[in-house]
Design a protein around this ligand. Structure first.
Ligand code: GTP
Ligand code: MG
Length: 335
């Protein structure tokens, strides 16, 4: 039986250590400035290469959702009526010409992107053209983060843990994206008793039809929303402990789907995501909040998910002894 609560002195130590780590993870003003500088620089490159065209350079992902650290990449969406840029190749060429390094297109990605390194600003950049869908989920995450002051430290620390343990590469790594982890954190906070976060899609809101025709609106009035979780008095230490307990021991992965859109667990049956093979029960199901037919957990196959699950249990063990530093230690191959 996993321990059901932290001892008071352990809780105090853990919460204090989390505060300290959080202060170190917060991006420095200098790193924020470099991100904005990149936007300006890119805007200039685009107008130099293709004068007379319209471009809007938008930041999304962690640089726009309050969950970035100094070493997060910058996610950029270029909006333009210049359709020929959507193939990405002319863009990649231009960026290379202007001093970007390691410029390469990722054709396998669901949305074509160009990745690069800016040696002048020391920034890793992911770029897409006219894919505005991710702007909406960035705004959703930012709204959730602003509702309760515990969300940001908790989410930044869990993201840090996933990076140290190499559990956040949905591409080649075959684990889970930062976005999937964030959805798991949000749903965890929606299902505390009393809840710390509401389900924004279920609250009254203005309808908003996304480019793909889906209804993508959600409640976003912070005047109404802030203070939602104030009946819940859990500390960030208690929450970190409960997060690992929930995903390490409590959830029956064979039965349930994590749904931020609904603010609860859905049964696989009601989503028609039933298990079709023996290995299927060892898969994580996380509903994409905007495109609900997509399972964000799909990036990890059953073997990868078993590994992730073991890491979560290991983290639970260390956190239950208030060993935050050990929990977030960089993964190295055993000798
Ligand atoms: P870090 O870069 O790790 O700090 O976090 P991030 O939130 O920026 O994650 P990442 O760079 O991997 O992805 C950037 C953004 O793309 C996310 O914040 C989401 O807005 C979006 N995104 C990533 N993966 C998916 C996905 O599978 N589906 C959808 N709809 N959006 C995604
Ligand atoms: Mg990013």
């Amino acid at each position: 039986e996993p321990k059901s609560a932290l001892d008071p002195d352990e809780e105090k130590k853990l919460t204090g250590d989390m505060r300290e780590l959080y202060d170190r993870l917060l991006p420095s003003p200098e790193s924020e400035a470099r991100r904005l500088q990149f936007v300006k620089k890119l805007d200039k490159i685009l107008h130099t290469e293709w004068p007379g065209n319209d471009f809007t350079v938008l930041i999304f992902g962690s640089s726009g959702n309050l969950l970035c650290t100094n070493d997060s990449d910058v996610d950029i969406c270029i909006q333009t009526p210049m359709k020929s840029l959507e193939t990405m190749h002319p863009l990649a060429e231009a960026l290379h010409k202007h001093g970007m390094e390691d410029v390469h297109c990722v054709p396998g990605a669901k949305v074509p992107i160009v990745k690069m390194w800016d040696p002048e600003l020391s920034l890793a950049v992911d770029m897409n053209v006219n894919n505005t869908l991710a702007l909406e989920n960035t705004r959703m995450i930012k709204t959730y983060v602003q509702i309760d002051e515990r969300v940001r430290p908790l989410a930044m620390i869990i993201k840090h843990w996933t990076k140290q343990r190499i559990l956040n590469d949905a591409g080649i790594g075959g684990t889970l994206s930062s976005y999937t982890w964030i959805c798991m954190i949000l749903n965890f906070l929606q299902t505390r008793d009393p809840p710390i976060l509401p389900a924004l899609h279920q609250m009254p809101h203005k309808n908003y039809i996304a480019q793909d025709g889906s209804e993508s609106g959600f409640a976003d009035d912070l005047e109404v929303l802030s203070g939602f979780g104030s009946k819940n008095t859990e500390t960030i230490g208690e929450l970190l402990f409960a997060f690992f307990r929930r995903y390490g021991y409590e959830i029956d992965y064979a039965e349930y789907v994590v749904s931020v859109r609904h603010g609860r667990l859905l049964s696989r049956k009601e989503k028609s995501w039933e298990i079709t093979s023996k290995e299927g029960q060892w898969r994580l199901c996380v509903e994409e909040p905007f495109n609900t037919t997509r399972n964000l957990g799909n990036s990890a196959d059953s073997t990868a998910f078993r590994g992730i699950h073991l890491e979560i249990r290991n983290a639970f063990q260390l956190i239950s002894e208030a060993k935050l530093g050990k929990c977030c230690e960089l993964y190295t191959f055993p000798p």
